[in-house]
Design a protein around this ligand. Structure first.
Ligand SMILES: O=C(O)c1cc(=O)[nH]c(=O)n1[C@@H]1O[C@H](COP(=O)(O)O)[C@@H](O)[C@H]1O
Length: 274
């Protein structure tokens, strides 16, 4: 029998520490690395990141958009990047932010969560704006496939606040209901930006992981992650992309610095001292 998503993520968090590193091969980063904008460069970039961070990050998060730019050639690189990560023992969070009516959602779930799919990941990001209930099939599929999902609740971009403030509690309630009774926690995570000025929502009944993007390029720090999510420190996965990816030579060192800082600030001991 395979371990559940949460059991695998718990083991990775305990082994590697609390950090997710994004693979975002944007044209700007390819240029910064001295690479041209091509599928070959995409592959070189992705391989370099996999080699540098696969044992540092609890999860690695390829951003699908940067591969989709290249059509089928880009998708082939995404497929091989997912395979490389898995072979290296990393957990893959595929950032696709999908959300649609039930029947279409079922096809997305088949594409990204079914164990036999060429793009199968350990987890995907989902958008709840067709209603939390529209994600039910994907959540069931995640459970059947020992995978997970991360549903957008309060994203890191400032313009999201007026809209998401109104619905985030529904997302958190839906996720909490799906996760109830699961140990060590459930397969339905949420996305909450490390850039939020204040938390504004209770995570007490979530019983699922919290992906917290926004460190580095978007201005948040590991201290912000600890300030916002200290109450669920054992469930937080701070995420960073551009700041770590900026320089191929310092990539691993930067990831290690973020990892160590997050681990120190989110350690149980830090809670007791507070
Ligand atoms: O789902 C995400 O990862 C995500 C959620 C969010 O609220 N904000 C956010 O920036 N992201 C992703 O995180 C990456 C940007 O991270 P940075 O380069 O570290 O700012 C992009 O791939 C975004 O799509």
């Amino acid at each position: 029998m395979n371990d559940s998503f949460a059991t695998r993520l718990r083991a990775r968090l305990d082994k590697c520490g609390p950090l997710c590193v994004g693979i975002d091969p944007s044209p700007a980063l390819l240029a910064a690395w001295g690479l041209d904008d091509s599928p070959t460069a995409l592959e070189r970039f992705s391989r370099t990141v996999v080699d540098a961070v696969h044992d540092v990050a609890a999860m690695v998060k390829p951003q699908s958009a940067f591969y989709e730019r290249w059509g089928s050639r880009g998708m082939a690189v995404l497929e091989s990047t997912i395979a490389d990560l898995r072979e290296a023992g990393a957990m893959v969070l595929l950032d696709v932010k999908r959300g649609d009516i039930g029947s279409t959602m079922a096809a997305y779930a088949e594409a990204y969560l079914d164990k036999g799919s060429p793009l199968a990941a350990d987890a995907v990001t989902l958008s709840p704006y067709l209603g939390f209930g529209s994600l039910e099939g994907a959540i069931t599929s995640a459970m059947v496939n020992d995978a997970g999902v991360f549903v957008l609740a309060r994203t890191s971009n400032p313009e999201a606040a007026p809209l998401q403030r109104l619905v985030a509690d529904q997302v958190l309630a839906g996720a909490g209901a799906a996760n109830a009774g699961h140990t060590p926690f459930g397969p339905v995570g949420v996305v909450m930006g490390a850039t939020l000025p204040a938390l504004e929502h209770s995570l007490a009944d979530l019983n699922g992981p919290v992906l917290a993007p926004g460190m580095g390029a978007q201005g948040a720090s590991p201290a912000d992650v600890a300030r916002l999510f200290g109450s669920v420190r054992h469930l937080v996965l701070p995420s960073v992309s551009r700041e770590v990816l900026a320089d191929p030579v310092r990539l691993r060192a930067r990831a290690l610095t973020y990892r160590d800082e997050c681990a120190a600030l989110l350690a149980p001991r830090a809670a007791a001292q507070k």
